[in-house]
Write a protein that binds this ligand. Structure first.
Ligand code: ZN
Length: 203
């Protein structure tokens, strides 16, 4: 199983990090060892003083595909959730400034939180799904899928031009604005249309 992540998919988040607006999706990956095991706390790694939360809509691939046309992409996933793309922002800034790959900052153990999946048929449309991250019961990130530069089906099509999608692969579709550092004892909860899909303790 692989995790494919999209960067810079929300204009307001691009602006908060003062990144350039991309002309095509930015892609990076996390290995399966990045998945935070269920019921486990997220332990802040020693190599970073600035671990940021990024809540994202995620989908799970249910069919093998390559060169998928956008109009058929909806057949390749039937479940949706929210997750966190934990990012060592200090390390990422160093790597970015040297033009080096981001993996150490993005793909370390526990950096991928995967919420409980819901059938997409539960929602009348995927075009304006609201999702939210709270820390200690306070909302820190809130957006909806209408603000995505590239929609889920466009992302699946784009990714599949380069990487064969397999059953169980997960796509993280990018974070909206509001990213910030987590600290020990924080409790993070992720919601999709009001459904609580994960709860993570920071250590
Ligand atoms: Zn992200």
């Amino acid at each position: 199983m692989k995790i494919i992540c999209i960067g810079r998919n929300y204009v307001n988040h691009i602006e908060e990090l003062q990144n350039e607006r991309p002309t095509e999706p930015v892609i990076f990956m996390k290995p399966d060892s990045a998945v935070l095991l269920k019921q486990h706390p997220f332990v802040i790694p020693e190599f970073s003083q600035d671990i940021h939360h990024e809540i994202e809509l995620i989908v799970r691939i249910n069919k093998v595909g390559k060169y998928i046309d956008t109009k058929f992409a909806h057949k390749y996933y039937d479940e949706i959730s929210v997750g966190i793309d934990f990012t060592a922002r200090d390390l990422q800034d160093q790597l970015k400034s040297k033009g080096l790959p981001w993996e150490k900052a993005k793909s370390f153990d526990g950096s991928a939180v995967i919420g409980e999946f819901l059938p997409k048929t539960q929602f009348s449309s995927l075009e304006n799904l609201t999702f939210e991250l709270t820390i200690n019961n306070k909302t820190v990130q809130k957006s909806d899928s209408s603000h995505m530069l590239w929609k889920i089906d466009e992302l699946i099509s784009y990714i599949s031009q380069y990487f064969t999608l397999k059953i169980g692969d997960i796509i993280f579709t990018g974070t909206p604005e509001g990213v910030s550092a987590v600290k020990p004892d924080d409790v993070l909860e992720g919601f999709l249309e009001g459904n609580k899909l994960f709860r993570i303790h920071i250590k």
